[in-house]
Design a protein around this ligand. Structure first.
Ligand code: MCN
Length: 783
């Protein structure tokens, strides 16, 4: 019998190839006769494009061709679509200006591609790109999120640079509750704009085969099937059956590789046009300029309470920056992934949120780890903390008082979502204990004795992930369903090949999905191979984002595995000469009840493929099953994060002395991987809260275009994390799992800012709370 591996910290199978340099990333792939692409990008944030003179570049050594945005337009390629339709409160559809594959007549952000140089080598392509001359007529740029609606219009079809004006919740009831409340806490905040910076930059090779007319696109994608659908159905690059997309090993994405971008699309088009393979790897500065950025909200919030501190109402007005174009999922982020999470863990009876989303002359903004949910959590968990301070009560106790209780589930929030299950107080209690909340006063006194400031901050977050469910997502405007598919192919010798429509780019699916299937069949994890990321291998899939892979993709595999067992029971019944109802499957063996007769999983697999003794009349040979799984609800991971900081008042340098994260992810397949996901997410949360800020100047030039100016968190910025778990099992998927991939980035930023403001004794310090900002706040406080 093979040991059950669910719940075990099995070491990651994929790491052997990664740490021995044997990963196969897009950049590692070289095709015979391949050429190289380099993009000519707009130096202006907003300009009319006049003549594009390519003649000099065309004549340079090694240059195969120079293709322009005008040629894209002549070839009548479709624009890059946004997959989520949002309706404004007046019922009108959101404005979707054309997002061209390369700009032809006007550029709308600095770094937007206007031409593609194809040459025999990278250097030749890059050199020639400098000799493409473009006539630009610069226009005034709209940059500021808050002021975008009063800037000059970027698009005639979007007056006031407004994409949509969306609302959710009951306005009248919320207004009335705020009007009559004993206490109202008010908070104005900015959720800082971030640049994703996956370790591996975006890269692609488009390879058109003139003989078969097939186009293969190797690309750094989190969702190759969705990319194929968009490129075929909307951009009309190639017919679907002639386009194969392969996303091999991908070195991180954090959301930024979900989207279908200009560069990969232009490469695919150019390869077909020129009949050559073209390779492109983004330079890091291109990633800064042209990868979709994240967050960038400006909000006003009001939280109303009665005399006892019971929450009565929350009213929020947010302006969300979309950048220059609507990227693939952009419109959903500040609406259905944000407004719907404003209840947090609390029984706030009235909530009303308005979101104006605006165009600016900046890179497109789209989903970035957490996507909308960090913004919601930050707002809720900061205003709750401010309320506690204003009321003079312990922030933990104000939270506890207002929490949804286990008996309240399923809990219908006033903002569309119905939470299925949770025990928020259990996580709070465990986190308070692990963080030694009770001992904080002593530690603070010790710090003060050493001339240091000390603060502690909480955040009790909830998020909705596991995207699907299709019906709900469709009703909320999603262009495609959000189920997932899985196939379990048992090979004749009993090893198993698992095909999934999700895509691992750091999350360890090759291990956890193998654990899931191996445990079901009672076989070794080593006997299960997980295959993903190739539209030529699996039928369809929707990829990895929204912490959906295990709860949706894993559930599809679980259902497919059940079907395999069902068929195996029929084969076993025949071989053991019993009734199928009397066949049990356990620990890798099919047993005939009340007998000592059994067949191993491997024997049944062999019989399925070598059916000499087989119920051939009723059953087809073979042992492979597929399933499409569409959940009925999101999953709702939740927990409490507690941050403790010590600050040097002379420099404003903040040290996180302890970070405690207690999360509820339902059933856990691999605790080590889940803990790693929490670490990674919290690291990104620390980046947002203390270090990272994307800055454009007033003309729309990116000021933070390299790691010299954009401060990514490094190992020495991070504390050792204290991680704990509580468990309420998800009620509606067969695994009982909730997503864990984003929780760290969602829960942590407010805990950190709550801790820093607590230490300094001020109401607010905006993110990122850099040493300079903290030092200034201390000086103001002392003045
Ligand atoms: N898991 C588990 N038990 C659970 C939940 C998850 O064992 N109860 C395991 C899963 O099987 C999987 C991993 O934990 O191996 C993450 O699972 P899940 O929460 O389903 O998230 P996804 O696999 O769908 O990953 C997406 C999520 C997102 S949205 C972002 S952004 C993100 C993230 O994961 N980007 C990442 N984690 C990342 N990690 C790395 N290294 N790189 C990225 O780009």
């Amino acid at each position: 019998m093979v040991e059950q591996s669910i719940g075990k910290s099995v070491l990651r199978k994929e790491d052997l190839r990664f740490i021995t340099g044997n990963g196969r990333y897009t950049g590692d792939i070289d095709l015979r006769g391949q050429t190289y692409g380099y993009f000519v990008r707009s130096p202006y944030a907003h300009a009319v494009v006049g003549e594009v003179d390519t003649s000099e570049a065309q004549s340079m050594p090694g240059v195969v061709a120079v293709l322009t945005g005008k040629q894209v337009a002549e070839d009548e390629l479709g624009g890059l679509p946004c997959g989520w339709m949002i309706h404004s409160k007046d019922g009108s559809e959101m404005k979707q200006p054309l997002h061209p594959v390369m700009a032809a007549t006007k550029v709308n952000y600095a770094g937007e591609p206007v031409a593609l140089v194809v040459a025999d080598s990278f250097d030749e392509a890059k050199n020639a790109a400098e000799h493409v001359s473009v006539d630009y007529e610069e226009l005034p740029a709209v940059v500021s999120t808050a002021a975008a609606q009063s800037g000059p219009d970027i698009y005639a079809e979007a007056p006031g640079n407004t994409c949509y004006q969306w609302e959710l919740g009951e306005k009248a009831a919320t207004d009335a509750a705020i009007e009559g409340a004993a206490h109202v806490t008010r908070y104005s905040l900015t959720n800082n704009r971030l640049i994703p910076n996956a370790l591996e930059p975006r890269a692609a090779i488009a390879d058109f085969n003139r003989g078969t007319e097939e186009l293969t696109l190797y690309t750094t994608s989190q969702n190759p099937h969705l990319a194929r659908l968009i490129l075929t159905a909307f951009v009309q690059i190639a017919p679907e059956h002639k386009l194969r997309i392969i996303a091999p090993d991908v070195g991180g994405g954090f959301g930024s590789k979900i989207f279908v971008y200009s560069e990969e699309t232009a490469l695919a088009w150019a390869s077909m046009k020129l009949g050559v393979a073209i390779k492109w790897t983004a330079e890091r500065s291109e990633s800064f300029l042209a990868d979709a950025h994240g967050r960038d909200h400006v909000s006003e919030a009001e939280l109303a309470m009665d005399e006892e501190g019971n929450f009565l109402a929350l009213r929020v007005k947010t302006t969300a920056n979309m950048g220059a174009y609507l990227s693939t999922f952009a419109s959903a982020v500040p609406t259905y992934l944000y407004g719907t999470l404003l209840a947090g863990q609390y029984k706030t009876p009235n909530i009303y949120v308005e979101v104006d989303s605006v165009f600016t002359n900046t890179a497109p903004v789209d989903a970035y780890r957490g996507a909308g949910r960090p913004e919601a959590t930050f707002l809720v968990e900061r205003i709750v903390d401010l309320a506690a301070k204003e009321l003079g009560v312990d922030p933990a106790e104000l939270r506890r008082k207002n929490m949804i209780q286990p008996a309240d589930f399923p809990y219908q929030t006033p903002v569309a979502l119905e939470y299925d299950i949770g025990d928020y107080e259990a996580s709070l209690n465990k986190a308070l204990e692990m963080a030694d909340y009770a001992g904080f006063a002593n530690r603070k006194a010790d710090s003060e004795a050493n001339g240091k400031l000390r603060g502690i901050g909480l955040s009790c977050y909830i998020e909705a992930c596991g995207l699907a469910p299709s019906a709900l997502a469709g009703a909320l405007g999603a262009g495609v369903g959000l189920w997932e598919s899985g196939e379990v192919r048992v090979n004749p010798t009993g090893s198993v090949t698992v095909l999934t429509g999700t895509h691992s780019h750091g999350q360890g699916h090759e291990t956890t999905f193998a654990q899931l299937v191996a445990s079901r069949f009672g076989i070794s994890v080593d006997d299960v191979e997980v295959v993903h990321g190739d539209t030529g291998k699996m039928d369809f899939g929707l990829g990895t984002y929204g912490s959906r892979s295990l709860s949706v993709g894993g559930s599809a595999l679980s259902v497919a595995a059940d079907k395999v067992v069902e068929k195996g029971r029929k084969i076993a019944a025949h071989l053991l000469e019993g009734d199928v109802d009397n066949i049990d499957f356990e620990d890798g063996e099919f047993r005939l009840k009340e007998s000592n007769r059994s067949k191993t999983f491997q024997e049944i697999a062999f019989a399925a493929y070598v059916p000499h003794d087989y119920p051939i009349e009723e059953l087809e040979p073979g042992l492979a099953e597929k399933a499409f799984y569409d959940p009925v609800n999101f999953t709702y991971p939740a927990g409490t994060h507690i941050c403790e900081v010590e600050i040097d008042p002379e420099t404003g340098v903040t040290e996180i002395t302890k970070f405690t994260a207690v999360d509820d992810f339902g059933t856990i397949i691999n605790p080590m991987i889940v803990e790693g996901q929490v670490h990674g997410g919290v690291a990104q949360g620390i980046g947002q809260a203390m270090l990272e800020q994307c800055v454009y100047d007033e003309s729309g030039q990116l000021q933070t275009g390299s790691f010299m100016d954009y401060c990514m968190p490094r190992a020495d910025d991070l504390p050792n994390f204290t991680v704990g778990m509580t468990t309420t099992v998800c009620t509606h998927n067969p695994i009982g799992a909730k997503g864990c991939g984003e929780a760290g980035a969602i829960g942590s930023p407010p805990a950190i800012i709550n801790a820093i403001t607590d230490a300094v004794g001020v109401r607010d310090i905006s993110m990122p709370a850099t040493p300079e900002k903290v030092w200034r706040a201390i000086q103001e406080q002392r003045a």
